[in-house]
Design a protein around this ligand. Structure first.
Ligand SMILES: *Cc1c(COP(=O)(O)O)cnc(C)c1O
Length: 415
């Protein structure tokens, strides 16, 4: 990966339209550098690396798992995984074995855990490629059978439900699951590597349930170790717990949204947490026109201009993952924050350039409209789009669609 113009990580973030970009497709192959990228999610891999280093420093001596499921929270699984490992992440984590196999096929051989399975999951392939497997109960038997077929031990992490009520083994069934795993270990079919659990309310700092979950987790670990488990990794913390509860760090933490520079804590910004948002969603403005007061805008005509003004057309819509209900969300155009006017459509939405009115609206044609990015650069925060869409930052970035090219910055600099 060559052709990166800006190798200094401390350099100001380049404006999306300014710096020469390295274009890497989602398989990680360098692409010809197009002169103009009309619409893109720009992903700053230097920000990913910076976030990994900041999170590792925060949790040391615990190790860091970079959670790259859901196409790296919409940022692109392979480039993010490479950047995270490059910056010192110790593990990769995904939900599905299919995601894990994609990482292995790309040549990534780091410790890798997948935790959400169905009876159709390809455990044979997981065993063949050294993918660690989360086990909540029923999976143990088919995983052990796959290991026997493949002639090598499956690496498993038993999951205890400490209160989330989603996946995980109940406290009642836990001793039996531990015993079954250790029996398989004695027979060479399984290596019981870890015990883990997932937190329900770590983003709400005043809720008592996290204490209950930590206590239940310690008890489950004690049962496993008491039964003879030799655990390499006890892990509980997600991003909110990484950032607010050091007592949840244990041997390993699983960093998802914070890896991408986004805050999991309501009302706390990325910068306050020492994190840098990695994704900027932007598009070149497709049309600008002058309209009189009272002009209706977009389907339903729910918005009317209050005064003569210029309307800018942004070529991103709900088919690109821009939430349809986010009418009134902020957009940075020509150095000023404006608002979405009227309904967001499938392919496009309109911005009313009313306050402040640009001196030369026509000059804005082809310039960038920035929906969100790093607020330190003047871009709206992804959290503002989340608020406008009545959701969380996680959902905004993970739903940016396949029609939006990902454009990678700083892919090549090693540190
Ligand atoms: C997605 C996921 C994470 C990451 O959560 P964040 O809040 O994004 O850090 C961690 N653990 C499990 C089991 C997950 O499913």
């Amino acid at each position: 990966m060559t052709g990166v113009t800006d190798r200094t990580e401390t350099a100001a973030h380049p404006a999306p339209e300014a710096a020469a970009a390295e274009h890497v497709d989602r398989a990680g192959t360098a692409q010809p550098d197009p002169r103009t990228v009309e619409r893109s999610a720009v992903v700053d891999l230097a920000a990913i690396r910076r976030n990994v280093r900041a999170l590792r420093a925060r949790v040391a001596p615990a190790a860091l798992m970079a959670v790259v499921k859901a196409d790296g929270y919409g940022h692109g699984m392979l480039p993010v995984a490479r950047a995270a490992l490059d910056a010192g992440a110790d593990w990769l984590g995904v939900a599905h074995v299919s995601e894990a196999l994609t990482l292995r096929s790309a040549g990534l051989d780091a410790p890798l855990l997948a935790w959400l399975h169905t009876p159709g999951t390809d455990f044979d392939a997981a065993v063949d490629t050294d993918v660690d497997l989360g086990v909540s109960g029923w999976e143990l038997q088919p995983i052990a059978a796959a290991a026997a077929r493949r002639g090598r031990a499956a690496r498993v992490h038993l999951k205890i439900d400490t209160g989330l009520g989603r996946n995980g083994c109940t406290a009642e069934e836990w001793p039996a699951l531990v015993r079954a795993a250790l029996d398989h270990e004695a027979a060479g079919r399984v290596r019981l590597v870890g015990v883990f659990s997932h937190l329900a309310v770590a983003d709400e700092l005043d809720r008592p349930e996290t204490d209950t979950q930590v206590a239940a987790f310690r008890a489950a670990v004690a049962v496993a170790e008491g039964a003879g488990a030799r655990l390499e990794a006890r892990h509980l913390a997600n991003s909110p717990a990484i950032l607010s509860r050091p007592d949840t760090h244990f041997d390993l933490v699983r960093a998802g949204v914070s890896l991408y520079g986004l805050s999991p804590l309501p009302g706390v910004g990325s910068a306050e947490l020492g994190l840098t948002p990695a994704m900027t969603l932007r598009a070149a403005i497709a049309n600008v026109k002058q309209v009189p007061a009272g002009q209706g805008v977009s389907y339903g005509l729910r918005y009317h201009t209050r005064a003569p003004s210029a309307l800018a057309l942004v070529p991103l819509g709900y088919a690109d993952g821009v939430p349809r209900i986010a009418a009134d969300a902020p957009v940075l155009i020509g150095g000023h924050r404006h608002r979405v006017a009227g309904r967001i459509a499938m392919d496009q939405f309109v911005v009313d350039l009313v306050d402040p009115a640009p001196a030369d609206p026509a000059a804005l044609l082809g310039t960038d409209a920035v929906l969100f990015g790093d607020p330190a650069t003047g871009a709206p925060a992804v959290e503002e789009w989340a608020a406008a869409a009545q959701t969380i930052n996680y959902e905004i970035v993970t739903r940016i669609g396949a029609r939006v090219p990902r454009e990678y910055r700083h892919a090549g600099d090693a540190r």
